[in-house]
Write a protein that binds this ligand. Sequence first.
Ligand code: CMP
Length: 141
Amino acid sequence: MTNRTFAIIKPDAVKNNNSGKIIDHILNSGYEILSARLTRMTLAQAEGFYAVHVGRPFFEELTRFMSSGSCWVLVLGKDNAVEEWRKTIGATNPVDADEGTIRKLYATSLSENAVHGSDSDKNAAIEIGFFFSDAELIACQ
Ligand code: CMP
C-alpha cells in the first residue's frame, strides 16, 4: 500500500544549491512526488509548524533558521513512506547519520540538517495539511 510522508528541503540545502541533488535522490530512491512547492516560511509559520517543540532550548534557533530562506515542501508517496523516508534521510544529527543518507551527504550540523521528515503517519497527515490542500496532491487524483 502506498503511504504518504511530508518532507522539507531546508534553507541550508537550498542556499548550498543541493535542492536538485536531493530531488534526484528522492526519485532514485523510488518515491513518487505527489506535490511540491518552493516557499519561504514566515517566523509565525515556522513556530506553528514546529509547535511540538515549543519550550525546547533549540526552538528559537530552529524557527529563526527555518524562516531564514526558501525551502521546498514536498509530499512523498511510497510503501511505508514515513519509515522509509526517515531511513533515506538518516539520523537528525549528521554526525550520527549512516553513509549514503541525505543528511550524511548534505547536512552541515544538527540545526542545519538539510531535510525534514515526519515521524509518524499521524504527524505526516498533520504536516501535509499544514502546507497542502487535498486538491494539490495532484499525483493522487
Ligand atoms: P527536524 O527533523 O526538522 O525536526 C526538528 C528539528 O530541530 C531537527 O530536525 C533539528 O534540525 C532541530 N534541532 C536543533 N537542535 C536539536 C536538538 N538538540 N535535538 C533535536 N533537534 C534539534
